[in-house]
Design a protein around this ligand. Structure first.
Ligand code: TXA
Ligand code: MG
Length: 317
């Protein structure tokens, strides 16, 4: 149970220009007043995040984005009506009100209304839009529990503990082009779901710049010990007796020191919800490395494999 007085405290701290970790339905965020460049600068500092990586601005009501954007496009309202509150971030042309530090100097801003009572109530009470990246050190595992935030970010002013997050992986990020929408980061809201609301998924024809979502960096979300994907970057001769297996099918589990099956029924939603939490657990378990069995790459499986490959990237063969 989250205490009302803790939500009030978090909101008050945000009003005062402090940085607060708070729960959303996806992962914990590290939030500050999006309209206060000095407060936002502290987020970058605490996270050790490069200044070229822009932040998502969180709002408590759909209409709150009107003052933050500079675009007339009915697709925006179709998407917000359908998916908000929820794990969808829209990258849209920004208004003058949004400070450059939030968007890393880009002319667009990422916006999202989280589907979490505690987050919504904190944002509403703070009276301002809240800029927040995931509450982890840059490049490391994302936090789905308050304890994960504590582990990585000792300097944070306050952690609002709302228990484990429900969705477990970050929001789907899209941007709009004349011809259709472009997925910048995969999440639990899939291309098929989006295409039922607005036409249609396209690949950007524009030159890619540093505007990319970290979803697009090759390495991200990494545990502190090596992680390999079976059949992909797994070195040939490795003794698995001191390794942990992150199993999907429950097969070929012999020989590992530790085996974790996230969803015995093979449910990808459950897998996504538990993925980061399990990786945090394995990271702390005194094993030499983790081997992850690939999951089917469809629906939410696309986002899951995306996270696993990025986690494994720096531990290539
Ligand atoms: O579920 C989520 O999205 C979580 C919760 C806390 O809301 N937040 C999150 O934030 O994952 P973060 O900062 O870890 O990842 C958001 C990414 C940024 O790294 C950035 O690359 C991309 O969103 N992004 C933000 N604004 C952008 C923009 N204007 N253009 C392109 N990408 C943008
Ligand atoms: Mg992140």
């Amino acid at each position: 149970m989250v205490l009302q007085k803790d939500i009030e405290k978090a909101a008050e701290m945000i009003r005062q220009g402090k940085v607060v970790a708070f729960p959303t339905e996806t992962v914990y965020g590290l939030g500050a007043n999006a309209l206060d460049p000095v407060a936002v600068a502290r987020i970058f500092e605490l996270k050790e995040r490069p200044s070229f990586d822009p932040l998502i601005v969180h709002v408590a009501q759909k209409t709150d984005i009107s003052q933050l954007i500079n675009i007339q496009d009915e697709r925006v309202w179709k998407l917000t009506d359908h998916f908000w509150p929820g794990p969808l971030t829209l990258v849209l042309p920004k208004s003058e009100l949004v400070p450059g530090i939030v968007t890393s100097g880009l002319k667009t801003v990422g916006l999202r209304m989280p589907d979490h009572e505690v987050a919504l109530s904190m944002i509403k009470m703070s009276g301002c839009p809240v800029a927040a990246p995931s509450a982890n050190k840059f490049g490391q595992l994302s936090p789905t529990k308050a304890a994960h935030v504590r582990k990585q970010l000792q300097g944070v002013d306050f952690i609002l503990d709302g228990g484990p997050t429900r969705v477990g992986i970050e929001s789907t990020i899209i941007t709009l082009h004349d011809e259709g929408f472009e997925i910048l980061r995969h999440g639990v809201i899939t291309q098929r779901q989006l295409e039922k609301v607005v036409p249609c998924a396209v690949q950007s024809t524009h030159q890619k710049t540093h505007t990319l979502a970290p979803g697009m960096l090759k390495s991200h979300y990494s545990p502190a010990i090596p992680i390999y994907i079976a059949g992909e970057n797994m070195p040939k001769i490795r003794d698995i007796s001191q390794a942990a297996l992150l199993s999907y099918s429950g097969e070929n589990t012999q020989g590992y020191k530790y085996v974790k099956i996230i969803s015995p029924k093979g449910d990808l939603k459950t897998y996504a919800a538990e993925l980061f939490s399990v990786l945090h657990e394995l990271e702390d378990m005194n094993v030499d490395f983790i081997v992850a069995e690939p999951v089917p790459e469809k629906g939410i499986g696309i986002a899951i494999m995306d996270k696993l490959r990025k986690a494994a990237y720096r531990y290539a063969k």
